[in-house]
Design a binder for this molecule. Sequence first.
Ligand SMILES: C[S@@+](CC[C@H](N)C(=O)[O-])C[C@H]1O[C@@H](n2cnc3c(N)ncnc32)[C@H](O)[C@@H]1O
Length: 751
Amino acid sequence: MAEAFASWLEARGGRLHSKLDLFKELPSGDRGVVATEDVKEGDLLLLLPITATLFIPKEDELSKRPDAFRPAVRYLRESHPSLSPFLATTLALMAEVAQGADSPFAAYVATLPDGCPDCLLNWTDAEKADLEGTALEQSGPDPVADAFSRHVAPVLAARPDLWPGLAEEGGSKEAGKGGKGGKGLQAFLRAAALVQSRAFHLEAENWVSGAKEITRLEAGGTQVFLLPGIDMINHSHNPARRNAHLQRLNVAQAAAAALVEGGAPEGVEAYFVMRADKPIAAGEEVLHTYGNLSDAQLLQTYGFVDSEDSFAAASTSAASGSGSGSGDAGEGGSRKKRAKTGKEAAAGKEAEAEGAGGYRNPYNAVLVPWEAVEQVCGSMLKSMGQAPPASLQRAKEEFLASAGVLQAAAPAATQFVLLAQEPLPDELFTAVQVVLMTKEEFNELKREHASSSAATGGKKEAPSKGASPAKGKGPAKGKSPAKGKGKGKGKGAEEEEAPADVEAGAGPSDGGEAAAPAPAPKLSLGTALLEEDEDFAEMTCIATLQVLSACVDRYPTAPKEDVRLLKSPDCTGRKRLAVRVRLGEKDVLQLAKKAVVELMKKLRDGTAGKKAEAGSEEGEEDEEASGSEEDEEEGSEESEEEEAPKKGKGKQAAKAKPAAAAKGKGGAAKGKAAGAGAKAPARKKQRRGLGAAKEGNAMEAEEEAMEEDGDDGLLMGSDDSEKVGYGGDVDFDDGIGEAHDRGKAHPAPKD
Ligand SMILES: C[S@@+](CC[C@H](N)C(=O)[O-])C[C@H]1O[C@@H](n2cnc3c(N)ncnc32)[C@H](O)[C@@H]1O
């Protein structure tokens, strides 16, 4: 197979480094690319002409050189232009597989595995039940069967010449519904798993001129490429172990780099180029990154997770069929434990020395629904005898949507994204505060926000990173396979332009990405209000903790139970993967709770705003812009209660800049006083009637519960969190919202 592939590649104008085994069987049972002899830094590992790749071209590409594309590809482009790039590429692969030895891609098809065994689309309903509460919890109809019966089966039925033997008996309507389906569904499941776990998602570009493509593809705005040979390279989260990267070059660039002698073969207008970033020693695996993805995303798309636990070795060696996968420390559910090289064993010891946690994926994330905020805060206000009328609740939702805190298109469906590195996003904290405000405070806030927006000339900030639109951002719950990621940063082909680095990535797109909505002026309350109103601070912190607790309650198990499961030799395969995903999410929730408690402590001892005062200059500018004194006056008219001092503490708080006090490792609400120009309304000390909400000392109770969950050091929010997983040198400020927005280009690795 290896030889046939190398000859096939060469015949198409490609090249493979002579010191590489592309299909090396790894001790894990998986395959990977391994150096057979030392490879030098900068060496070309694999040169792949675009004509040796499978993808759906843009209309102009196709019309320019129709013969360069396979008949199924042409048919799909011409007759089904609205199919998503993922589905179209899956169908293109199905056609080559179905053509067998007659396919010019037969040598590539022979290199492909049976599928992606642990990718989510292969999990049974019973196995998926272990993912309850996580970002991967499924709801609604099975997206795979649905996509098959609605989009794929009709294509197979219409052109049996292109997809021989795959048309479903009984017609397309019933295809894929229940049961295992026929050959068509089976072929689709395999191809979809392969495209999901192996394809690269790149921005659509004009390969010839290098001009950035402005028009988008009908569906998705990305092109999905299957890159033979390059798709054999495994993922590593560890920059120290990664040693290769991918570029795409136009012909001129490839010639300038002396990669093509005597000109490119007929029809070749671009190349994919894999190079060694550093020397690769004989026996070492070639590794690159699939992106900064959470365990849920990795599991969904690739069937493994990045996090490791220190029980894995014991339990997986005791139970076959589970353990670390290939490439890196990730856990693949159905593979043997990977034998450790000397270096890895040393790294493992180091990890053990670091604490009980092992490596934790720093890109893990949790989604907190706006609905939970409304419910928790509503109950709290009710318990205080201040249940807000429905009209006020609606007004607050509308305002938060217009102020960029909730997504504009469907505010009720907003999910706040909590990241391991920023577990308490300001959007969540702002939303809780607004919901807890009295009508008067809310009206005042609206006025302040309107006047500061006007003063900044409608200058808008980027939409909230922490608030996730229901579609597109966030690991879409119950949605079909994640959308594509991976990156084609470069412009393609202008000679003087730098070659475009390409980040590995794969994953289906679900059929289209809506045009980005215009960014809303963003409100950010931070901690300013809390610094001047102790009762309000207490309410906000308790409500936020309760929201987080409600999220913890979504999972069928407590963290301790998950830890017990991981310790058990019976917890193997997909079950183990599911436990790792939910424990990773609980880690983030625990970090968020810890951040709230720390913030509350700082608010109580009055240190929360200290650093913020240093940044008051800017705050003053804001103040001038919005004429806050007048606004405060105006607001005060409406207050039936005690007025906050207009100078001094209250004033400072209103000007406060990000409350560093609340930040810390856990990230906690970065308290901008009022975000993009909006100012905190003048505070009136309210008698909040906190008695009921505080009954039983809610803060302390939450703290105890946290300690209970984290006291064995197994959650990152517990005290040894700093020792596990989170390197200080990694820039995490890339917004997991983007990473979750899999239709978008993914940030390049930063190593
Ligand atoms: C692009 S393919 C890489 C080649 C693949 N190993 C093969 O044998 O064909 C991606 C798949 O490789 C496996 N893989 C890659 N990196 C991994 C890692 N760090 N841990 C576990 N499995 C990994 C997963 O099964 C994933 O779906």
